[in-house]
Design a protein around this ligand. Sequence first.
Ligand SMILES: Cc1cc2nc3c(=O)[nH]c(=O)nc-3n(C[C@H](O)[C@H](O)[C@H](O)COP(=O)(O)OP(=O)(O)OC[C@H]3O[C@@H](n4cnc5c(N)ncnc54)[C@H](O)[C@@H]3O)c2cc1C
Length: 420
Amino acid sequence: MPSRRALIGGAAASVAAAVLAAPQVRAQAQPSVVVVGGGFAGASCARALKQLDRDLAVTLIEPETAYLACPFSNAVLAGLRGIDAQTFGYDRFGDIGFIRKRAVAVDAERRRVRLDDGTDIGYVRLVLAPGVDLRFDALPGYDEAAAEIMPHAWKAGPQTLLLRDQLAAMPDGGVVILSAPANPFRCPPGPYERASLIAHYLKTSKPRSKLIILDAKDAFSKQRLFEAAWRELYPGLIEWVPLSSGGRVTEVDPATRTLVTEFGSHKADIANVIPPQRAGRIAQSAGVADQTGWCPIDPVTFESRLQPAIHVVGDAAIGGAMPKSAFSANAQAKACAAAVAALVRERQPAQPKLINTCYSLIAPGYGISIAGVYQPRDGLLAEVEGAGGTSPLEAPSSVRELEAAYAEDWFRTITSEVFG
Ligand SMILES: Cc1cc2nc3c(=O)[nH]c(=O)nc-3n(C[C@H](O)[C@H](O)[C@H](O)COP(=O)(O)OP(=O)(O)OC[C@H]3O[C@@H](n4cnc5c(N)ncnc54)[C@H](O)[C@@H]3O)c2cc1C
């Protein structure tokens, strides 16, 4: 990838120099906060920290030259959108020190982050926002090489294009199989939005084809809305096989594109395998992930339950009912930034209230949504009863059209807030 910033950007150099020289010191004039991961969570957190306290030295560590957003990437698969519309640069981070490196280790005791060039950087507080890693050890037969044949497309980028191209090359009458993992995983409605948009593509371009969803669950997000829409728009095209009917995939064979379940084998022309996930690797090596693979956090400060002065936000964190979404990541990042900004100035963090809304497209001009409000309760982020809900089950097409437009507006707003 071409480097937009050779090693360390100008602002980053001064921040890095300052923190390299200074181990953790209380009540610094310019306390240094390091954020690892420039996705919806990390980039939002770095920005919010700087907005809350101009005197914080905020450093964002991210190895990529551009961010590829997952929301709306299902529309890329269906040929409704180009990958360019998913791509955002990191050139507008102003006075946030941006280091284009990968964090490879954390010394929680000495409060230092090791980068992949062997240098390290000190912090008063560290925010980890590495997103998810796909578990290539969880499903027999499914490793990185298998993903080149049976793409997951659960991180936007080359995998999205691979699956799109496979769909485009498939002859009419083919069988597409999507396997969905058990909870928790990134974007609970995502597999079903994907199934919907692939079905739209098949209906309009390859109408004799079929789509099977092999699911490791018996229920899923916005299920009644999805199923009603599938009956209306894609009758006979989508078959959903729940856990209790043998939906859980236990093994795959990429050579024959076969997915094995407890009830039998399914041969696909195209297999989209979404494997189980866990917090990104740096969270494991920093000691903030537990045996589930996710990072338990305090719901007020997002500080790790396992390591002091390390906060975790976004998909990597787990701490209650909040789903893993870009909307949640952004909301958590702002709440965490407020808590970190208070803690470094030795003030009491406020109790946050967080909102999440997940839109899903079922076809162009047909959107549905689910919303929730969350607040700390009994050490977890609990859903506020009666505060959220889904789109109405019965609604005229004008309502679905409006929701599709809201989804586009949300994506434009969040990406310009975070990356613009
Ligand atoms: C198909 C699909 C559709 C989706 N649709 C929606 C939607 O409509 N609405 C919605 O709200 N959400 C949606 N999501 C979910 C959303 O994409 C994620 O919840 C969101 O990206 C989480 O943000 P994050 O910052 O935690 O992780 P990420 O976005 O994955 O960002 C993590 C960043 O950390 C960096 N990183 C990782 N490790 C390191 C390291 N060691 N050092 C430095 N940097 C590191 C990565 O390069 C990356 O830039 C969808 C997801 C998928 C897969």
